[in-house]
Design a protein around this ligand. Structure first.
Ligand SMILES: NC(=O)c1ccc[n+]([C@@H]2O[C@H](COP(=O)([O-])OP(=O)(O)OC[C@H]3O[C@@H](n4cnc5c(N)ncnc54)[C@H](O)[C@@H]3O)[C@@H](O)[C@H]2O)c1
Length: 374
């Protein structure tokens, strides 16, 4: 049976990667971009990405050629006609995304699904103005899309159940693990990761060194410590994501933007791309004597954030754990961590943190119902 056609709008980092995911899995992919240059060199860019896999012995040259033969580049969004699923990966701008979907929708059948790859915009907002808003949902891929197994799927309040089912089926057929999540800021991973950085920055402001904090997390099985992760992604990118989440969550102290992160960005030591960061080019050394206490504190806040998300509905503990393992390479998810530490002990840690919290962080450590047993 011929596989349904997949449309892609936006051939930047994410769009090209998502196109490769579906073309590699045997789907015919039709793709477009507003920039002529991006359309013209898309095939070469995909060929180069696949070529690296051929050189590494992970892909045959026949499979590379077959994948490339399934890619068709078209001039305009209206040309994505015939697609069963269109995934948008253009700039992160609500007005631009709405305008794009308004152009695409009339070219598709009423059963087709429209998906946004937005990282931070409300899915319901992107659907506004469509004739069939029930056909729109979010499929949030991670970078690099071909390598990252996880895709977060979020419908908005009025997304049709069969649109969600079709998007899930096609994305799973392309080899991804699809986790349902609510239309909430940051979905699962970008939100539940906040305390990994935030609590590390809180510890740093209390006088602990990034090397000690990272070493403690490495000793617990995390592949990269919080500061090494910020150095990898860029302190400026981390600051923008933190500010975005703080704003989206109405300035709740759980998403506090720590001064040390702002100062780090102002200093220009943004991480790997700047040649120096919080820790880079150094590596963490041996874990400090109180490594377990550091891990307990950071994991307690990760558990609590996951607990608050769970309390809002639309996601399961298993879904959150899987998303955190696949999206961040965590050795285990927050609910598995809750099992390890035990509820009473996490509650005790959060209570001690809340008691010691300065005025501007009051309420930061208020325990979620799953932690209190409520
Ligand atoms: N980069 C990431 O790590 C990442 C991860 C997950 C989600 N996202 C989201 O994916 C989307 C794309 O991000 P990216 O990093 O690939 O961006 P990018 O800048 O690499 O690519 C965006 C592409 O979209 C094109 N474009 C812009 N406006 C367009 C329009 N109106 N119609 C058609 N094409 C248009 C641009 O020419 C560009 O080629 C954003 O919504 C972003 O938030 C990014």
């Amino acid at each position: 049976m011929t596989k349904p056609r997949i449309g892609i709008a936006g051939l930047g980092t994410m769009g090209l990667g998502i196109a490769q995911v579906f073309a590699s899995a045997g789907f015919s992919v039709v793709a477009t971009d507003a920039q002529a240059l991006a359309r013209e060199n898309a095939r070469d860019r995909m060929a180069s990405a696949l070529g690296k896999r051929v050189e590494a012995g992970k892909l045959s040259s026949q499979a590379r050629d077959d994948t490339l033969s399934r890619l068709t580049i078209v001039a305009a969004p209206e040309d994505l006609t015939g697609s069963s699923l269109v995934i948008e990966a253009i700039i992160e701008d609500m007005v631009a995304k709405r305008a794009l979907f308004a152009q695409i929708e009339p070219a598709l059948s009423p059963e087709a699904v429209l998906a946004t790859n937005t990282s931070s915009l409300p899915v319901g907002g992107v659907a506004q103005g469509l004739t069939r808003p029930g056909r729109l949902l979010a499929l949030h891929f991670f970078n690099p899309a071909p390598a990252m197994k996880l895709v977060e799927l979020a419908g908005h309040a009025d997304t049709d159940g069969d649109a969600i089912a079709l998007a899930r089926r096609l994305t799973e057929a392309a080899g991804k693990t699809v986790i349902d999540c609510p239309d909430r800021p940051g979905f699962i991973v970008n939100r539940c990761a906040r305390p990994y950085y935030g609590e590390a920055l809180a510890l740093q402001e209390e006088g602990r060194s990034p090397a000690d904090i990272d070493a403690a997390m490495l000793a617990a099985g995390y592949r990269l410590g919080p500061f090494s992760l910020i150095d990898l992604v860029g302190a400026d990118v981390n600051l923008a994501a933190t500010r975005g989440m703080w704003t989206a969550m109405d300035g709740h102290p759980r998403y506090h933007v720590f001064d040390s992160l702002i100062r780090q960005v102002q200093s220009g030591a943004l991480g790997r791309k700047a040649g120096r960061g919080f820790l880079f080019p150094d590596a963490p050394g041996a874990p400090p004597a109180d490594a377990q206490a550091i891990v307990k504190r950071i994991e307690s806040t990760l558990i609590n954030e996951a607990g608050w998300l769970f309390a809002e509905g639309g996601v399961t503990p298993d879904g959150i754990d899987t998303a955190m393992r696949l999206g961040l390479n965590f050795p285990y998810g927050p609910f598995a961590a809750l099992q390890r530490h035990g509820r009473d002990s996490v509650l005790e840690t959060l209570a001690a943190l809340e008691t010691a919290a300065p005025a501007h962080l009051a309420g930061r450590y208020r325990p979620a119902p799953i932690v209190t047993g409520g």
